[in-house]
Ligand binder design. Structure first.
Ligand SMILES: Cc1cc2nc3c(=O)[nH]c(=O)nc-3n(C[C@H](O)[C@H](O)[C@H](O)COP(=O)(O)O)c2cc1C
Length: 337
């Protein structure tokens, strides 16, 4: 499918909730939460984009890398690229209401599988959305990861069991959603998690367990102490707290503290294969991409998602050639200028 055509369709289907800007940088949608933007001034979303934009790469052309291998293995799964579709939920609230949750998520799950990567699906105040997401995963062999909101542990553990039944290959909690008061309005409490509560969640499942929303060395060290399998360095796309730094800005310090002790994923403002190389160069093991998958699904359903992932893979491969990296493992701080 033609990429530009996809963007045009997405603009119409998003019904004004997202302008599908040339650069998805958080400026035009600042403050639009609910919506597709970043909270308050929008600066946390904007900083994600800016902090990544500031990173420059060392171009290398004297080497023998002409056909790089973009694949990785993570959580026991082989993937054609170190990229996940991030969990993004709430079509009715955030995405203009023209397309249902299932109409949006099914193409993301299927398109990712088709292109050799996996989607993560999320949870909201409305239980039915998680159930719908799990149904879609189940219909697709459970090929995906489930993120649950930081409800009280008892509720999370029940939902982890549902994710296991759907066949998900990893589960996590977006702990940074503990400040989303809109969630508490639906009669359930979200809460910040103590290390003991995190340990209880980790012990409740045999699946790899991931904490999403880590922005400091202190929280990353806590995750290691709690025995968690992976963290996502993320400020939730700038949607939970105004005025945080960009994730690319905090990533190197977190990497310095916990690399090798825990799998490090990262997201925020990643749009292209070049951005993927930057984040991995800064020390991430793999990345998540959020908003562009919404555009792809709204603009071209499964075909749109495949088109976007193939574009990412080809940019990733070209960038690996021009930075002299044969494998994803070869991408390290040496690629960063
Ligand atoms: C509309 C919207 C809904 C989101 N819903 C969730 C969610 O349900 N669970 C979650 O962990 N993260 C959620 N996120 C955050 C994303 O998973 C991801 O961290 C963020 O979008 C990454 O930034 P990017 O969109 O700039 O790539 C949401 C983001 C957006 C824009």
């Amino acid at each position: 499918m033609d990429y530009k055509e996809m963007l045009k369709n997405a603009r119409a289907n998003l019904n004004g909730s997202c302008k599908v800007c040339k650069a998805c940088n958080g400026i035009a949608c600042a403050g639009e939460v609910p919506g597709m933007g970043g909270k308050g001034s929008g600066s946390s979303f904007i900083e994600n984009f800016k902090s990544l934009e500031k990173i420059k790469l060392n171009m290398r052309v004297t080497h023998n890398v002409n056909n790089p291998d973009t694949s990785i293995e993570l959580f026991g799964r082989k993937m054609e690229a170190p990229i996940f579709a991030a969990p993004v939920t709430g079509t009715t609230l955030n995405m203009g209401g023209k397309i249902t949750e299932r109409e949006y998520i099914e193409p993301v799950v299927k398109g990712c599988i088709n292109s050799g990567i996996y989607a993560m699906v999320g949870d909201t105040a409305i239980d039915a959305f998680l159930i719908e997401n799990l149904d879609v995963l189940k219909e697709n062999n459970g090929d995906g990861i489930v993120f649950i909101k930081p409800w009280e542990n008892e509720d999370i553990i029940k939902k982890i069991k549902l994710a296991e039944e759907a066949g998900a290959f990893a589960v996590g909690v977006d702990v940074d959603a503990c400040g989303l008061v809109t969630l508490s309005m639906h009669g359930k409490t979200v809460e910040a998690k103590t290390i003991d509560k995190i340990k209880e969640l980790k012990a409740s499942t045999k699946l790899p367990f991931i904490l999403k929303g880590i922005m400091t060395v202190e929280d990353a060290l806590m995750a290691v102490e709690a025995g968690v399998d992976a963290i996502v360095v993320s400020n939730h796309g700038g949607r939970v707290l105004d005025c945080t730094p960009g994730s690319a800005e905090v990533l190197p310090k977190i990497v310095q503290a916990v690399k090798g002790k825990i799998t490090i994923l990262a997201d925020g403002g990643i749009r292209t294969g070049v951005d993927v190389v930057k984040m991995i160069g800064l020390g991430a093991d793999a990345v998540l991409i959020g908003r562009p998958f919404v555009t792809a699904s709204f603009g071209g359903a499964t075909d749109g998602v495949i088109t976007y992932v193939e574009k990412l893979k080809s940019e990733l491969s070209a960038t690996m050639i021009l930075t002299g990296c044969q494998t994803i493992n070869d991408i390290n701080e040496k690629v960063i200028f």
